[in-house]
Design a protein around this ligand. Structure first.
Ligand code: UDP
Ligand code: MG
Length: 195
């Protein structure tokens, strides 16, 4: 019997990322190459109304690589809506969310998959450092996550962006949550499962 080849979808929200998109694409494809025997790859880029060359670059990537899917918004709807659309269009047994600006190292997805193999349904990436961010952003982000932790009944891991891997079982439950005001990392924590 031929073993069932699973699909890994990677969802990438894109807003004015023309400078890094080609590098990002190369790096993610290289990083995930070791999975080839076991997983088909699907890259779901969501252009969140960028007015730079992002769309043009994405369409060129799609023309040369059938694993690339492109969604394009009529205007900027914001990061959380872009991620939502990407998840809605991701067909994978596993779905990863990653930023396009290479602040989330794509190689870490391999480690996330190891945790998934050991039974976790959601695996988070935690930020040890944030390269290229201003001191103001670093401090406000730190304060934000700690304040949120105090205010919220749902325990959301500190210093995580949306960089995470989810099993299809979690994706399906998340997709049922159609709240208009979305904070995806909080919603995923709220869902439960082994994280
Ligand atoms: N992004 C988006 N829409 C926006 C703002 C950002 O799709 O309105 C994308 C952006 O291109 C990046 C990710 O969302 O891939 C995270 O954005 P950013 O790097 O600005 O966030 P931070 O590093 O502060 O988490
Ligand atoms: Mg960033």
């Amino acid at each position: 019997m031929i073993p069932h080849v699973k699909t890994l979808s990677v969802v990438i929200p894109v807003y004015f990322e023309e400078a890094v998109l080609e590098t990002f694409y190369r790096r993610v494809v290289e990083a995930l190459a070791p999975l080839e025997a076991e997983f088909n790859l699907e890259l779901v880029f969501v252009n969140d109304g960028s007015m730079d060359r992002s769309l043009e670059i994405l369409l060129a990537l799609r023309a040369q690589d059938t694993r690339v899917k492109v969604l394009h918004f009529s205007r900027n709807f914001g990061h959380q809506i872009a991620v939502t659309a990407g998840i809605d269009h991701a067909s994978g047994d596993l779905v990863a969310i990653i930023d396009a600006d290479l602040q989330d190292p794509p190689e870490v997805i391999l480690e996330m998959i190891e945790h998934w193999r050991q039974g976790s349904k959601v695996v988070y990436g935690v930020r040890a450092e944030r390269k290229g961010e201003s001191p103001f952003k670093l401090v406000t982000a730190k304060v934000f996550y700690r304040l949120l932790g105090r205010l919220s009944e749902v325990k959301i891991p500190l210093d995580t962006g949306d960089f995470r891997l989810m099993d299809r079982i979690v994706v399906e439950r998340l997709r049922e949550m159609r709240e208009e005001s979305r904070y995806i990392r909080g919603m995923i924590s709220w869902l439960g499962f082994k994280q």
